[in-house]
Design a protein around this ligand. Structure first.
Ligand SMILES: Cc1cc2nc3c(=O)[nH]c(=O)nc-3n(C[C@H](O)[C@H](O)[C@H](O)COP(=O)(O)O)c2cc1C
Length: 408
């Protein structure tokens, strides 16, 4: 899960309705609290049957709102006070009932009335039995909410509480957060209508059926860029090497293994891209010969002949049309600025993001990065921080949507 500074100090309202997945809202609240968000919750009477108010109050460290007419606490605006406080809302789980009420303007309890009064981005995370989800009435209501601009974090296919598999399981935490991240984004339309092609992770060059050459890249930076592009309204195509990260939802993801596959997949999708960001650590060399059987251990050692792989970034840059921009990443340990500038010019890039993996808090596997972005006439050190926030600043620099760091 990506940590981010963007949730710090944000007022997030979590609405819990009466579904079996209500217990999963705890995990989301926990994540939001650890990111520094102010979290308040409202529950329906049926929601309270599935999870206790005490649990939610303990996690939020704030009383839960449930009643429309609470004894001794009545104020003329009580029914809409949370709606005025919230900067983003997520209904998790969202029952078929609350989706239907919202699509028809019904406010017959505290939660539904507040939803009608809300004037901030709102996400529904539906969870229900597959037959309920596929019911035309529910599908029509979902389509109505989507059409009105509500975020819908679609349920997943999998094992249901009823004991069989189908579509209807609450979307996993990563997807909930991805939607919420988009809901709070300061520039949610800045890539609307654009297609962004991103590569992430390392590649594997097989020597024989059990051995390979690879590198330390995990894909975190590239995946963070994909989250960021999604949050800014882009169509995102993510080409990623093997790894344990969960590909983002509503992103066209293509898993590849070798540098050759990475090249072919990028080549196939590049014509659709307005922006190509190459964050993958693609192998520069691959074994000249693949052995179909395991190479025997010999006393005299083994000499491997390696040959160059095709240069993804340079080739795409050569094919670039006037509307396309190509951005590279450079990992440099020696003379970083000089080498990154050379790469920028040699490969005719529009921008290069330089990081030095030997610096603390930067590089492979970690959640944070320290990046300097360079264009032909500018070099700017971005605020060191979480990869998701660094990804935000990279897009700010590209699109001119923010401060994007300080001048060198
Ligand atoms: C054991 C049980 C589990 C339920 N699970 C769900 C569910 O996952 N999704 C759903 O939409 N409704 C589910 N329901 C039905 C809702 O609780 C019911 O529609 C209720 O009216 C929802 O109220 P609310 O939307 O005000 O919370 C379940 C009911 C029971 C008894």
């Amino acid at each position: 899960m990506f940590p981010t500074k963007r949730l710090e100090g944000k007022n997030i309202l979590v609405g819990i309705t009466g579904g079996i997945a209500a217990y999963k809202s705890c995990e989301l609240i926990r994540y939001l609290v650890t990111q520094g968000a102010h979290v308040r919750a409202m529950m329906t009477a049926n929601g309270e049957k599935f999870i206790s108010r005490l649990t939610i109050e303990s996690l939020c460290n704030y009383p839960v709102y449930t009643e429309m007419f609470p004894e001794g606490r009545y104020a003329a605006t009580h029914h809409i006070e949370l709606a005025d406080w919230a900067e983003a809302v997520i209904i998790i789980p969202a029952t078929a009932n609350i989706i239907g009420k919202m699509a028809n303007g019904i406010g017959d309890d505290f939660l539904s009335t507040n939803l009608l009064a809300l004037h901030c981005p709102t996400v529904f995370a539906p969870a229900m039995n597959s037959n309920m989800w596929l019911n035309p009435a529910v599908q029509r209501n979902i389509a109505t909410l989507k059409n009105w601009g509500y975020g819908i974090c679609d349920p997943e296919e999998g094992f249901l509480a009823e004991g069989y598999s189908g579509v209807g399981r609450l979307a996993r935490l990563e997807y909930q957060v991805q939607h919420l991240y988009r809901a709070i984004h300061p520039h949610p339309e800045s890539l609307k209508g654009k297609t962004v092609l991103i590569t992430a992770g390392g590649t594997r060059e097989h020597i024989d059926p059990v051995r390979m050459l690879t590198n330390r890249a995990t894909g975190k930076m590239g995946f963070a860029l994909a989250w960021e592009a999604f949050a800014r309204g882009a169509e995102v195509i993510l080409v990623h090497g093997p790894g344990s990260l969960i590909p983002p939802v509503e992103v066209e993801s293509h898993g590849v293994v070798s540098a050759a596959e990475m090249f072919d997949t990028v080549q196939r999708h590049f014509p659709r891209a307005d922006l190509f960001i190459s964050a993958a650590a693609v192998a520069d060399y691959t074994p000249a010969r693949y052995s179909t059987s395991k190479i025997k251990k010999e006393e005299q050692g083994l000499t491997l002949k390696l040959e160059r792989t095709r240069d993804v970034l340079k080739t795409m840059s050569q094919q670039k049309k006037a509307h396309q921009r190509v951005i590279g990443f450079a990992v440099e340990t020696d003379n970083p600025l000089e080498n990154a500038r050379k790469k920028l010019i040699d490969k005719n890039l529009d921008m290069i993001a330089l990081n030095n993996p030997s610096e603390a808090g930067a590089g492979f596997g970690v959640d944070t990065n320290k990046v300097t972005v360079m264009t032909r006439d500018d070099a700017r050190e971005l605020t060191p921080g979480y990869k998701l926030d660094v990804a935000g600043e990279i897009f700010d620099r590209l699109l001119g949507t923010g401060e994007g760091g300080r001048d060198d």
